[in-house]
Ligand binder design. Structure first.
Ligand SMILES: Cc1cc2nc3c(=O)[nH]c(=O)nc-3n(C[C@H](O)[C@H](O)[C@H](O)COP(=O)(O)O)c2cc1C
Length: 209
């Protein structure tokens, strides 16, 4: 059979298109993550909804499973009483009991872990989560909101409590200042700015294109 130039062209076109289908691109229906969305978990702790706002922005992009950490015994409504309780818990290493149960953690390859800074540290309930669930072999991606003083040692604690995980660069942003009565700050224009920053970060760490 005589092979013509047009036959070679058809063959090459076919090979190129089948390569891109079998590449690392996701099979997401929604979102533009490079990872299969059914393997992404977004877990977060939030008291005044700033970290929740970031978790939702992330999850709108990656289209994974969004889970809020809730406690058997919630912290007091009162801010100062909560600060005092957290300081005591940090001193004693107390890990509060979680009410939230995560179904089949083994099915996730990528776990985003979001938390506010409390006492310049990771809040005790997030430590409870990392103690309770085994993230060995998974990619862990931390994110944080704070009152403007930064994440403290929260990202180091992620590394300490997930020694067998691949940890990607975390994201931190200023949220509320409950001490001064400012609860949810990541809303309206601030939420739009946050979305731009989150998307840039996700591109930098190659979770989205
Ligand atoms: C108990 C407690 C302790 C906090 N400690 C700090 C802190 O040490 N540094 C800081 O920048 N913000 C601190 N904050 C403020 C929160 O990190 C900030 O308001 C954050 O955006 C709250 O997130 P959330 O709305 O998801 O709960 C503290 C808040 C609480 C309730």
């Amino acid at each position: 059979m005589k092979i013509t130039i047009s036959m070679i062209h058809i063959l090459l076109t076919f090979l190129i298109s089948s390569c891109s289908l079998s590449g690392t691109k996701s099979n997401n229906v929604k979102g533009d993550s490079t990872i299969d969305s059914s393997k992404i978990l977004v877990v977060y702790l939030s008291r005044t909804n700033n970290t929740k706002a970031i978790a939702e922005i992330i999850n709108n992009i990656v289209d994974g499973k969004l889970v809020a950490l809730e406690l058997e015994k919630p912290y007091p409504e009162n801010y100062q009483a909560t600060v005092q309780q957290v300081v005591n818990e940090n001193e004693t290493g107390y890990l509060p009991q979680l009410k939230t149960k995560i179904d089949s953690i083994e099915k996730y390859d990528v776990v985003f872990v979001g938390f506010p800074t409390w006492d310049m540290k990771m809040p005790p309930p997030v430590k409870s989560f990392l103690h309770q669930y085994n993230l060995t072999g998974k990619t862990v991606i931390p994110f944080n909101t704070n009152a403007g003083y930064g994440v403290g040692n929260g990202f180091q604690t992620i590394a300490e409590l997930c020694p067998n995980s691949k940890i990607l660069e975390g994201f931190e942003i200023k949220g509320g200042v409950e001490r001064d009565g400012i609860k949810l700050a990541i809303k309206d224009e601030k939420a739009k700015e946050a979305e731009t920053k989150v998307r840039k970060w996700l591109q930098k760490i190659k979770v989205v294109e």
